[in-house]
Write a protein that binds this ligand. Structure first.
Ligand SMILES: Cc1ncc(COP(=O)(O)O)c(C=O)c1O
Length: 390
């Protein structure tokens, strides 16, 4: 028996009758990490003052939260001093958008595969300040050569901020963020990398990427409980941001000003320690290698549908997205209809989205999955089809 595969499924609560090929959207937290979180919650309720004042409050500089930040920071190539916890990538993006002073005519640069919630947050800031969102068109299928130059060319004298996906949501594409950050910084643009999918899926060296800010959800590919994400700020850019809720210890600045933004449940953050134990027991590099191999291995199977990958092999890691053959442009609820049909009638969860008029299929590899899961999903898709199938 190999180390990874379907036999690991009992380590999760995942429904026994399901086939799960969409770890990317919301992650899935192993039972042992959830048990750790439950123990922390009990500890908190047994002696709330001790828990909060000693283990969370920045008044104690060596508290559990800071120790966890230090460990997560090291996992991502940096130190705890550069890491704050936020509930999710959405919060980190909003924090940067609300902290930066935008004026009428300023530009905020994104890729056209920008995550929908991020786009909405940018549009909201633009409405209030008169700034303008500029989208870099990246027609699929993509090549690496297309990307860096196109993005850099789209930045002009009024571009104040670029929010660039590390791994995009609809297209699962891994962007060369260090090169992109270098090109944009050379033009004086502040850069935030939206690495919502990255930690756990890619080996990270955050300072080497060279962005001002970086966020990654620990609750996706790092197996942490929902509501935990890292928020990195470079030394230079850390003083530019403040938490969305200003609270005690605000004067301490980044990262401690983010540690106690009112009374709240910080067990998702503290449980990152158990998530790191979980992944490190298997070996983070071994996990990544399995995920990439499984994803690549599924490619030949998915292509039987006539599906075409949206990018070359080198631009995928643990997720892969394909254009499904359509006789018409993707419309309205096609993607949702496909996902719901696959689950309701066949107990298979896949991800799909309509993008550039095309219906995309996105499959996530995971250590609880194996080749047979992809083969099963493809066999069912081939049999039942999808809206507008060619
Ligand atoms: C690229 C990207 N950015 C941001 C997010 C938002 O993540 P969250 O809902 O955890 O804030 C996602 C979620 O899938 C994403 O794919």
């Amino acid at each position: 028996m190999t180390t990874f595969g379907r036999h690991l499924r009992p380590l999760w609560h995942l429904a026994a009758d399901g086939t799960f090929l969409n770890h990317g959207s919301f992650g899935a937290c192993p039972k042992e990490v959830l048990a750790y979180q439950a123990r922390l919650r009990e500890e908190m309720e047994r002696a709330p003052d001790v828990f909060v004042r000693r283990n969370v409050s920045p008044r104690n500089p060596d508290n559990d939260l800071r120790r966890t930040a230090e460990r997560l920071g090291r996992f991502a190539g940096t130190t705890g001093e550069r890491i704050a916890f936020v509930s999710n990538a959405t919060e980190a993006v909003n924090t940067v958008l609300r902290s930066m002073p935008f004026a009428a005519g300023d530009e905020i640069l994104v890729l056209d595969c920008v995550y929908n919630a991020v786009r909405l947050a940018i549009e909201d800031v633009c409405r209030r300040t008169g700034a303008k969102m500029v989208k870099v068109a990246l027609p699929i299928p993509l090549t690496v050569n297309d990307v860096v130059g196109r993005i850099a060319d789209a930045a002009g004298p009024r571009t104040k901020l670029a929010i660039i996906d590390h791994i995009s949501s609809p297209t699962a594409t891994v962007f060369p963020v260090a090169e992109i950050a270098r090109a944009l910084k050379a033009k004086g643009v502040r850069v935030m990398i939206d690495g919502a999918h990255a930690v756990g899926q890619l080996a990270l060296d955050l300072p080497a990427i060279g962005a001002d800010w970086y966020t990654a959800n620990a609750h996706k590919w790092l197996y942490a409980p929902k509501g935990s994400a890292l928020f990195y700020a470079s030394a230079d850019a850390s003083s530019m941001i403040a938490p969305l809720s200003v609270s005690h210890w605000h004067e301490m600045g980044f990262p401690r000003a983010f540690d106690y933004v009112g009374t709240r449940d910080v067990t998702p953050f503290l449980s990152v320690a158990a998530a790191l134990d979980f992944i490190e027991r298997f070996g983070a590099a071994e996990v990544r290698a399995y995920l990439e191999g499984l994803s690549r291995d599924g490619d030949a199977i998915v292509r039987r549908l006539g599906a075409v990958p949206v990018a070359p092999d080198a631009m995928f890691a643990a997720m892969r997205a394909y254009v499904l053959p359509q006789r018409r442009a993707a419309e309205g609820d096609d993607a949702l209809t496909l996902m719901n049909t696959m689950w309701d009638e066949h107990r298979i969860w896949i991800a799909s989205s309509a993008y550039q008029g095309k219906l995309l299929l996105r499959l996530s590899a995971q250590i609880y999955a194996e080749r047979g899961d992809t083969a099963h999903a493809v066999e069912v898709l081939d049999r039942v089809g999808w809206p507008g199938r060619a």
